[in-house]
Write a protein that binds this ligand. Structure first.
Ligand code: SF4
Length: 413
């Protein structure tokens, strides 16, 4: 069983919790940003429609900035205003709309989950965080909590990157904030803190505070509506831990939530001592050869061959120029040869390695992969018959290419 949490890291005073809720909600009512999904969630009388809007926005917002998401969200809701409409969309259409937003499996799973609601749950969204997480593929604990609290009024907390930062600062939690032990405590804290009457607004307020005031690098503590409840702020002002009765239990090296003894409070960092994360794993390095095959189309315009990726794995179902992962350390000549071999299948004719024109290298950073595309081009004469036994493929003009479900990396290529 986990050790009990030292009082210093808890919200143990009910009067303080009430005051914090009140201050945060009053600030949110006054200062919140107008966002299209918020407007819909506040005005739409149908709870399932609210849930759908919150769901779409939350999935888009994972790993993506609000400013980028707004346009995608508006186009999505215009095209598929309901869960039922989304369930009828094809993966191709979903990928096309998602193109440029990154992490493509998010869009795919959203659509799969919509289909499941329609086909297996009689079109009814699950209404609690627990059921949402259990029944809908791709819906994790955070998204489930957001949908249940904002759309169905369930008093359940949420923990995302913004909430982690705010809570770690409010309670001086300096242990690795990505560790399961800390994350579990933060969930307990979020569930205990959430306002019982306005849970959705409270959760959004906590996230909004993290996004606009309690930001990672230069938080605006003086303007913060909860600074009087913030231990990191007090510690910055007074230069020492808040004097609470059992403070001696912390900071001696065995508290599971304090900064590790080897990395004590650094007064030059102030409140940004929190949160702390263990060093990130280095991304995997990968190289891929890719070839832009071009031909003159029947109307004289240049056309390019694109092929579809497998329906699972990285960039599932997206279109790309014929590409081939390369083994590490392969010499240039060998690279050309393996690529020429690979292209033979697409063109239905021998391809001479020397005929491939090297264009350059394109680097694209995925979350966990440092990918380099080694780009070649090859003009083709005459007609090329595409083999239907291979993955789907098609010739597209430049304009059609940009309108297709292609990744940002391929657009760079
Ligand atoms: Fe964040 Fe500063 Fe507010 Fe504390 S006082 S919650 S560190 S913005």
């Amino acid at each position: 069983a986990p050790a009990p949490t030292p009082v210093r890291h808890l919200f143990s005073d009910p009067a303080e919790v009430e005051a914090l809720r009140g201050n945060l909600l009053a600030w949110y009512d006054k200062c919140k940003r107008d966002l299209p999904w918020r407007t819909l969630a506040a005005t739409e009388p149908d709870a399932d429609r609210r849930a759908y809007a919150v769901w779409v926005s939350e999935v888009m917002l994972q790993q993506t900035q609000v400013a980028t998401v707004i346009d995608y969200y508006n186009r999505w809701m215009q095209k598929w205003p309901t869960l039922q409409a989304l369930a009828q969309a094809s993966l191709e259409e979903v990928n096309e709309l998602w193109a440029g937003l990154g992490y493509y499996s998010r869009g795919k799973r959203l659509q799969e989950a919509a289909r499941k609601v329609v086909s297996e749950l009689a079109g009814q969204m699950p209404r609690t965080a627990q059921d949402l997480q259990k029944l809908l593929p791709g819906v994790g604990r955070y998204t489930a909590g957001a949908i249940a609290s904002i759309s169905y009024g369930q008093a359940t907390g949420v923990v995302d990157g913004n909430v982690i930062r705010v809570l770690c600062r409010l309670r001086c939690i300096g242990a690795d904030s990505s560790s399961p032990a800390v994350i579990d405590r933060l969930w307990d804290m979020a569930n205990a803190l959430v306002d019982r009457i306005r849970p959705g607004d409270f959760n959004q307020a906590l996230m909004e505070l993290g996004a606009t005031v309690c930001v990672p690098k230069a938080p605006l503590c003086r303007e913060c509506p909860v600074k009087q409840h913030c231990q990191a702020w007090r510690r910055k002002l007074f230069g020492k831990p808040t004097p609470v009765p059992d403070v001696e239990d912390c900071g001696v090296g065995d508290c599971p939530l304090c900064p590790p003894a080897a990395e004590p409070w650094d007064s030059s960092l102030g409140v940004t001592n929190f949160p702390r994360k263990a060093a990130k794993k280095q991304p995997r390095v990968a190289r891929t050869a890719t070839c832009v095959l071009e031909r003159r189309g029947c109307h004289g315009a240049l056309e390019y061959l694109i092929v579809q990726r497998p329906s699972s794995g990285l960039l599932a179902g997206l279109w790309e120029f014929p590409s081939l992962p390369l083994d590490q350390g392969l010499q240039e000549q060998k690279q050309r040869e393996v690529l020429a071999d690979h292209l033979r299948a697409w063109t239905g004719r021998p391809v001479v390695a020397g005929g491939l024109r090297f264009i350059g290298e394109v680097v694209h950073i995925f979350s966990h992969i440092h990918q380099t595309y080694v780009v070649y081009s090859l003009p083709l004469d005459g007609d090329v018959t595409l083999d239907p036994a291979l993955s789907p493929s098609r010739w597209v003009t430049e304009e059609e290419f940009h309108a297709s479900a292609v990744s940002t990396a391929m657009k760079k290529v």
